[in-house]
Design a binder for this molecule. Sequence first.
Ligand code: CMP
Length: 225
Amino acid sequence: MNDDAVLQAPLFLAIDEEASRALLRTMARIDLPRGRALFHEGDPGDRLYVISSGTVKLGRRAPDGRENLLSVLGPGEMFGELSLFDPGPRTATATAVNDTLLYELSHDELIAWIAEHPPVAIHLLQALAHRLRRTNEALADLVFADVPGRVAKALLDLSTRFGEPVEDGLRVAHGLTQEELAQLVGASRETVNKALADFTTRGWVRREGRAVVLLDVERLERRAR
Ligand code: CMP
């Protein structure tokens, strides 16, 4: 169990550890095996989730079956709160990318928690604002940036969640297939693959199955701009 990661979630920031752990004890634990969906876009929803370990992808499907990933979340991140703050159905499908452990809180319990600890509201707003900023950026990139630029940015973004320093760089064990990476970038698998092959030839990255080692972060940052 990775309670320390969970306690980094916006829900617990600014709250003393004893109260945080007391809330955590009331939250149900959910084991979500790799590939399993927790809920689907359009479902009614009355609970939110905090990731303790593992990875969750949030995706939407077009009427013609194509999929797009809005985000890939890791330990300490939260999802499922939009249908509370903006009542309505789930805005995305949540699926485990690898075996994932989650904690669950009902929207009613969240409201009670915020009433008891008002500073929590600020942290939740910060998390939402941060998400909006990233979404705006992704939208602008879809219009203005080329695919290699978007791939570089996606790798850097994934490295902030899943990156671990290794001898020759930053190893990002994102767990995504090539298809999922393409869905995250919003391009075809072939084009994303070509960009990755080019980065590899240039010595900026090394591919290792469902992980990638960032060997030259500075160049990637420049390419992402
Ligand atoms: P909800 O709509 O209840 O269920 C799907 C969840 O995906 C949603 O709450 C958010 O927590 C999350 N989500 C939706 N859109 C985005 C986005 N653009 N970036 C990150 N997370 C999102």
